[in-house]
Design a protein around this ligand. Structure first.
Ligand code: SAM
Ligand code: SF4
Length: 317
């Protein structure tokens, strides 16, 4: 479907849970989330109905996200049902990777084609610091397992955090030489409660090209990342700049949260509820949400923080 500003909306990001087995400092509070009532969250059946309605409106790509999607009960069944929806060409999933040793093959068999694995550091102590409770080895085991499971594409996402991982840019980018993966550096977004991080932690995407002058520009692939490649690498280095160079004019996505709120724009507080609606109700509500998608998200900086009124674990990135 085409929105009010001529953008074709083809991509749905479905957050299947707000819960997570990690507590990344820029994403969620230390004490986790206060668990909402079960009846306030979308059921698995409602999620699949929403995907059917989205597909009827022209959504072709679905990304399952969270919270951590792999902590959700029956995530494999949900991916299988979503992949079987007519019109959905691609089911992708974003994960912190730690539960992939158990689930990667089942997800691939269920029809998940592509994986994004979040990994901000290759240092065990720093991993523990940034995730508050996680183990780097679990995430690396997840990556290794996924690489053996035949996914069409695996991308590693690293949030750029000044004073934390900017000294690891070469090492993280070098993963594209060690493995057949892309590595994408994403600017830190100033969310409602981005934990301990203030203006000094924000570093622009251009820091990566400054640190890695050997990067070779690559043709765009239709995604939001500016693409480069290291000599002799298997995959690309992508730079994603939601803060310093927004991509609202090309935004082709809508989001659906685990509690059933359609978000036409990541950084707006506008939400439209789907909870409790049947297929026809969801179809019409989704149509209005697409038409309500704003032209851009407004100023976004460490002075003008996101207006989303949610932390990232409650949206899905
Ligand atoms: N738990 C999964 C994971 O970590 O990949 C999926 C959900 S997580 C919210 C999705 C993505 O959002 C992750 O790549 C994470 O690094 C990113 N993210 C979370 N908070 C962010 C922030 N404040 N700025 C930029 N990216 C953020
Ligand atoms: Fe969990 Fe992902 Fe947020 Fe980290 S970024 S706390 S893994 S939802």
């Amino acid at each position: 479907m085409i929105d009010t500003y001529g953008r074709e909306i083809t991509y749905l990001r479905l957050s299947v849970t707000e819960l997570c087995n990690l507590r990344c400092r820029y994403c969620m509070p230390e004490d986790g989330v206060c668990k909402k009532r079960h009846e306030d969250m979308l059921t698995q059946e409602e999620m699949v109905t929403a995907v059917r309605a989205a597909a009827a409106l022209g959504i072709r790509k679905l990304r399952i996200t969270g919270g951590e999607p792999l902590v959700k009960a029956n995530i494999v069944g949900l991916c299988r049902d979503a992949a079987a929806v007519e019109g959905i060409r691609e089911v992708c999933l974003t994960t912190n990777g730690t539960l992939l040793p158990k689930l990667a093959q089942q997800l691939r068999d269920a029809g998940v084609k592509r994986l994004n694995i979040s990994l901000d550091t290759l240092n065990e102590e720093k991993f523990r610091y940034i995730t508050r409770i996680g183990s780097l080895q679990d995430a690396l085991n997840g990556l290794e397992t996924a690489l053996a499971c035949g996914f069409e594409k695996i991308k590693i996402n690293s949030v750029l955090i000044g004073g934390f991982n900017d000294n690891e840019i070469p090492e993280l980018a070098d993963l594209t030489r060690r493995y057949p993966v892309d590595v994408r550096f994403i600017e830190l977004m100033p969310m409602y409660d981005s934990g301990d991080f203030g203006p000094e932690a924000f570093i622009p995407y251009t820091t990566v090209t400054e640190r890695l002058p050997e990067l070779i520009p690559m043709p765009a692939d239709g995604g939001v990342a500016k693409l480069y490649r290291l000599p002799d690498a298997f995959g690309n280095v992508g730079l994603i700049s939601p803060v310093s160079a927004h991509f609202c004019a090309e935004c082709n996505r809508i989001r659906l949260t685990a509690d059933g709120k359609l978000k036409p724009c990541l950084h707006s507080s506008d939400e439209i509820s789907l909870k409790g609606l049947d297929y026809d109700g969801m179809l019409e509500t989704m149509r209005s949400a697409i038409l309500a998608k704003p032209k851009w998200h407004g100023e976004l900086s460490y002075r003008e923080r996101s207006h989303a009124n949610r932390n990232m674990n409650q949206i899905g990135g």
